[in-house]
Design a protein around this ligand. Structure first.
Ligand code: DDH
Length: 290
């Protein structure tokens, strides 16, 4: 059932701006990956939300159940402990913020601070206990084709355009052999939010990587970039491809669509009354923090 108002984060907009700033201040760290926790925080926000099923109304960002096994041990979540641990000191500074609000807000901070669009965000998620862990298999597998993408993302309530827009998050970050088994970044600037992913998909020459690891593509030119089978499905599929072409040409359109669809992702499974109850002014209106 819905949490009572007393279970919810009870902050004002100014309070959440303080949480935002505390995350932003620590984002860049020499020695971690490409120099920023931004990408792995975006991935945490996405994996904590993308478990949603619209038919059974289970999973989603309301709960932060990835704190617990078995969800923390799901193969798809390998490596996300780094992101959860990174946020612990912030949780300690602001004990009133729920983990589920903190993790989704961290995704917003990361996108914005890495040069992406502003994302509207609302507090109001309540944390839930271990028995609410999402079942395994709700997140996408990188070695599959367009049917799998549709199966996974239609279940969350997204359409083809939204699938393509969300996938542009792979402008950020990289694959790690000790996490997913795959290797390498998608773009030349993995800690900047850009539309480069779409341009590379269309205009780079991609070959299968010759190695003992899982099937993935590498770019013919430099050998330093990668694509998953699921990434490549976006240009093979007749309905996905026009959106890739649009976002490759028009970064503004990508930013606008990503902003909308990422905000929607972060609210999957959160009852509307939670947003209303959590806000000091009970308006349920989104914040634009910066
Ligand atoms: Fe992703 N992603 N993702 N992804 N993702 C990985 C890394 C990152 C898939 C597989 C992988 C989205 C969609 C998909 C980010 C954001 C988003 C890795 C590598 C795999 C594998 C993990 C590792 O080894 O560390 C697949 C498959 C899909 C799909 O089918 C569509 C979406 C929708 C998002 C989003 O945020 C909206 C980010 C960021 C990363 C980089 C993480 C890092 O540590 O760097």
């Amino acid at each position: 059932g819905a949490a009572s108002a007393s279970d919810l984060s009870a902050g004002t907009k100014a309070d959440y701006q303080k949480v935002y700033n505390a995350i932003a201040d620590r984002l860049e760290q020499e020695g971690y990956d490409d120099g920023s926790y931004g990408p792995v925080l975006v991935r945490l926000a996405w994996h904590s939300s993308g478990t949603y099923c619209k038919d059974t109304k289970t999973g989603g960002s309301n709960g932060a159940t990835m704190r617990f096994a078995p969800e923390s041990d799901h193969g798809a979540n390998a490596g996300l402990k780094a992101a959860r641990d990174f946020l612990e000191p912030v949780k300690a500074m602001f004990p009133w913020v729920t983990y589920s609000d903190l993790w989704t807000l961290a995704g917003v901070v990361a996108v914005q601070e890495m040069g992406g669009p502003q994302i509207a965000w609302r507090p109001g998620r309540s944390d839930r206990e271990q028995e609410h862990c999402a079942p395994d298999g709700r997140l996408p597998d990188g070695d599959k084709e367009q049917d799998h993408l549709r199966f996974i993302f239609y279940r969350m309530g997204f359409n083809d355009q939204e699938i393509v827009a969300l996938s542009g998050a792979h402008a950020l970050g990289r694959c790690h052999t000790d996490r997913s088994g795959f290797e390498g970044p998608w773009t030349h600037s993995p800690i900047s939010f850009t539309n480069q992913y779409y341009d590379l998909l269309l205009n780079e020459k991609w070959n299968w990587k010759k190695w003992n690891g899982p099937k993935q593509y590498i770019d013919k030119n430099t050998g330093g970039l990668m694509m998953l089978t699921t990434d490549m499905a976006l240009i093979k599929d007749k309905s996905f491809r026009p959106w890739v072409e649009k976002y490759a040409k028009d970064e503004e359109a990508f930013f606008a669509d990503f902003s909308n669809v990422f905000a929607k992702l972060l609210e999957l499974g959160v009852p509307e009354e939670n947003f209303k109850a959590a806000e000091a002014d009970h308006s349920g209106k989104p914040y634009k923090l910066k």
